[in-house]
Design a protein around this ligand. Sequence first.
Ligand code: SDX
Length: 455
Amino acid sequence: MKDADKSVDNRPTDSFTLTDNSTNETWTIPGRVGKMGNRLIDIKSLYGNTGLLTYDPGFTSTASCRSSITYINGAKGVLLHRGYSIDELASKSDFMETCYLLLYSELPTPEQLTSFTNDIKHHTLIHEQLARFYQGFMRSAHPMAIMVGVVGALSAFYHDNTDTTDIAHRRLAAHRLIAKMPTIGACAYKYSLGLPFPTPRNDLSYSENLLQMMFSNPAEEYKINPVLARAIDKILILHADHEQNASTSTVRLAGSSGANPYACIASGIASLWGPAHGGANEAVLKMLDEIGSADRVHKYIAKAQDKNDSFRLMGFGHRVYKNYDPRAAVMRDTCHEVLKVLGIHDPQLELAMKLEEIALKDSYFIEKKLYPNVDFYSGIIMKAMGFPTSMFTVMFAIGRTVGWISHWKEMLVDEEHRIGRPRQLYAGEKQRKYIPLDKRGHTSKKTSWSWLWGK
Ligand code: SDX
């Protein structure tokens, strides 16, 4: 794919001319530019002025909103949160500070960070009635199914007193969600093990608390491993936000109708679960298991290129990055660090590195600009820490909640925002007359069920 990126810095707003070649009618369409990034054609009034719609399934060329939270330059592998590079935040900041930055646009002062951290700590408990909600799930339920249900159920606890037009209510909803996600996730994990639900501890940092809620045993004292706590913190920072990805766009679309923020976050969790999105970290481990050994890597690299084979190299490729995902590089280094500290020699990491080495030299991956993404290494770290694969996307959701709720908040105060209501290309039947049942044909005995039940 030719380098389509036409990112610019601060160009003047220009305009474009659209010509209908069937009538030679022309229209001048206004342009837009952001602080950085690609120039845009502002089509807000296109339908009203021309009766024309644009068609862009998957929104490959469509900006759905304006945002100041995250900037990605996919061609250069750049990821900035409020202007700060992900590499700097991962190495110099921590997750609480990154949450403050995403929510409130600036790095906090020491006093602001203390106050914010304390506020988060005082919302980590969940209502006892909510804890009973888990009982409706089988112990074997996928923890992401539990997250969708339980986070959605929060909207039943905080509905009558949540006014999305009130800044204080928006802040409270944001803080509650950031605070409660680790507790809800850890309860889902403990529920699957038949163990008692954990209690958050305010004497610990956010990441230390997440570790203790996931892995502590009420019968014994739990010692925090500082290297693992730091690794968890980095994993959460790396997952905190990523511009208008599928789950964030889902939260924005749900929130655009004024829906309850807890229900909106539940919709983001549902979207994140898919293997093409946040479910890829779990899918990477399953893929590595299927590949099994380095001598089979070439076979799977070939499968990934076979148009008749639905196999994809999980953890590879990205809609925006056509260069190395900067998060994957940090994740890979953290992976080596954690495995070294734990003294683990994980053959899956060796296999993953062999797979990466071969794929990055393969002409198909080079031509399609497919590089490892954030999900390629994260699963190996989390597996080394003791998380079951089914919990990997829960960890992604815990990290991404601050991004989701920051975009939800930003959207509500953007005077340009309206309820999201895309149009379509209609491909169905033209209008036709109703046929009474006794006038319709009969299906023969041989007819296949698929025909009966539709495509
Ligand atoms: C995340 O959007 C975000 O920012 C997401 C995320 C975030 O932080 O929120 O970064 C997190 O979701 C990362 C992506 C995790 N998903 C995976 O690792 C699953 C494997 N990757 C692919 O399914 C795919 O790359 C996507 C879904 C990530 C991107 O899909 P696109 O942009 O729609 O690209 P595409 O499917 O149109 O692929 C373009 C071409 C196709 O070939 P052609 O039809 O042009 O011949 O590249 C091929 C694809 O077949 N391709 C792959 C591939 N990914 C794309 N071929 C083999 N293996 C792959 N992984």
